[in-house]
Design a protein around this ligand. Structure first.
Ligand SMILES: [Cu+2]
Length: 345
């Protein structure tokens, strides 16, 4: 099995990953999804044919189960739209032409993020750049109906359990120093927050409004190289992938929140070792059990995101660390939400 060299400087990154898992273990303990799954149905523009794209990249994997487009029968949730007759577009949200997706460049830092006040609804790309010294993970969430930015930030500082019930998470991604990562979402009108958890336990919340815009709603869905369907409890995705820049279309078709942790297990490490490490109260001893390669999540049921991945050739383990909020509270990977993937040139 492919294994990277043990690198003790990875301790901090692994601590950060586990801290995230623990943060969300805390957030989600005994906490059911705050809303019934929203309709995951997205406008069918006919522009995206993910299945044939993947088939073209991996002709031998044509029989791999692919994610089906999510269609739930639940009525679409009431939108918390602030319906304004005129859309005042911030100069920071770049929307070049009619029908093109909006792009927002975001410089990650400890301070509140510089964001446009308003972003047009529809397909929006967030280009996160980390010019700092430490890895960062900005989490995007939509405030549920009746939640204000003030009530959310208050809840976050007083009772994270309560705060988690006030939002729908669209997903965050680990961004290493020097990297720019793109995340694309299909945003409904409403109030949004980007939350960052610092290693000292403090949080930074940055806000923006998504407003209706017929122009941006016409943007087609991005093309995807890989379809990933998150269900309770497994990853429905190809097991053989191509190295290099790939767009993963990630949909949560389950009933619980999910996330994607991509790690390289060190030799001899088992899932039981990772579980024991997560449940241990002791500071980590010895070499870390794995190297964190990439992270995306958490994502609320019914939501879809397009995630830019850039994997080197190798064997990786894909894990969901979110605790089973309906069952025993153990991380989803202990219930089967774990998969080995082979990445080749
Ligand atoms: Cu999960």
């Amino acid at each position: 099995m492919y294994s990277r060299k043990t690198n003790h400087t990875n301790h901090a990154r692994i601590a950060a990953l586990l801290a995230l898992a623990l943060v969300f273990a805390m957030l989600l303990a005994a906490c059911q999804p705050a809303e019934p799954p929203n309709s995951g149905e997205l406008p069918d523009t006919g522009a995206t044919d993910a299945a044939s794209t993947v088939e073209a990249i991996q002709p031998t994997e044509a029989s791999t189960p692919m994610a089906e487009p999510t269609e739930t029968e639940a009525p679409a949730a009431e939108e918390t739209a602030t319906q304004e007759p005129e859309t005042t577009q911030s100069p920071e949200a770049t929307q070049a032409l009619m029908g093109e997706m909006t792009e927002v460049d975001i410089e990650l830092s400890d301070a509140e993020l510089a964001l446009p006040e308003e972003i047009p609804a529809g397909i929006v790309a967030f280009n996160y750049t980390n010019s700092g010294e430490t890895p960062r993970t900005p989490f995007l969430a939509r405030l549920n109906e009746g939640t204000t930015v003030i009530s959310f930030t208050q809840a976050l500082s007083e009772n994270p359990d309560a705060a988690a019930e006030l939002v729908s998470f669209l997903g965050g991604m680990g961004v290493n120093p020097g990297e720019t990562r793109q995340l694309i979402f299909d945003l409904k009108p409403g109030s949004y927050v980007i939350v960052q958890f610092a290693e000292d336990g403090s949080t930074t919340t940055s806000t923006f409004e998504v407003v209706e815009s017929e122009q941006s709603m016409m943007a087609p869905m991005p093309a995807a190289d890989v379809d990933v369907d998150l269900v309770d409890f497994s990853f429905i995705m190809p097991t053989e992938l191509s190295a290099g820049e790939q767009v993963w279309k990630v949909t949560n078709s389950g009933e619980q929140w999910h996330e994607i942790g991509i790690v390289s297990l060190n030799e001899g490490v088992t899932l039981d070792d990772i579980l024991a490490m997560m449940q241990s109260q002791e500071p980590p001893q010895g070499p870390p059990p794995f190297e964190e390669i990439a992270f995306f999540g958490p994502i609320t049921p019914g939501e879809t995101a397009w995630v830019s991945m850039n994997l080197e050739p190798g064997t990786y383990t894909v894990l969901c660390f979110i605790p089973d909020s309906e069952g025993d509270g153990a991380p989803h990977f202990t219930h089967g939400m774990v998969q080995t993937i082979e990445v080749t040139e």
